[in-house]
Design a protein around this ligand. Sequence first.
Ligand code: GDP
Length: 284
Amino acid sequence: MSKPCHSGLGKSTLVNTLFKSQVSRKSTGWARDEKIPKTVEIKSVSHVIEEGGVKMKLTVVDTPGFGDLINNDNCWDPISKFINEQYEKFLKEEVNITRKKRIPDTRVHCCLYFISPTGHSLRQLDIEFMKRLSHSVNIIPVIAKADTMTIEERQDFKQRVRKELEMSGIEFYPQKEFDEDMEDKSDNDKIREAMPFAVVGSDKEYQVNGKRVLGRKTAWGIVEVENPNHCEFAQLRDFLIRSHLQDLKEVTHNIHYETYRAKRLNENGGLHPISSSDTQESNL
Ligand code: GDP
């Protein structure tokens, strides 16, 4: 998972919420050897999570500082570069004569894009970023800090964002063109109509009706992060980690990686097509 947006929108908090434990980029951050411009330094944290009895390594790549500068021209470049580097690594392993049975998969399977809960419009930067990156990675836009909006404001804003994304021709995940059959289309239509998910994050637990829940305590009550009446975090989590995890990986492999691979092999004077290997890791 890659999750660009400017600072303070609750990205680290949401990751902690997702892992439901204290995973901080400060404690387990991994700095890449190569020097990346400081503005968008990319770090990743991995955590093993268990879903339906299956253990899986989930790696989250964070991009602190994205869009923080006065001049944000090309600030998506380091992110785009990072995504392509992972494709390149995979491709290099694939074209090796002695191919590994299981190629380590560091490809980014999904990019969560945090939208500021302004209640107005998307910023030009939001549109530019999603437009450029949607051809190389699965983009999932989310509205951050949804507790700062009233129910009506949230609904209006969601609708406006959907309209703006459509008008800008941005294809976010799950992309219509990749629906496999009518059932898939009808399931995904419902999801697309509910997007972008308006989320609230917190790594603090409170006692509510005798149960400990993740929440944000305010002067007027506790916002329960996993309560679907309060926000759409649970929907996002289920979508990412349960219902669509496999599909995110497949679309990455079959569409985004394939596009990259075809382009690179063409540049290389046309190497023979190479069949791919199955991989088990998940990088959202
Ligand atoms: P990041 O810079 O995007 O990683 O943002 P952080 O996760 O560090 O959060 C920035 C601030 O926003 C912190 O004070 C958080 O407690 C607060 N915050 C995080 N998530 C939420 C949220 O969902 N709602 C509200 N109201 N505040 C949040």
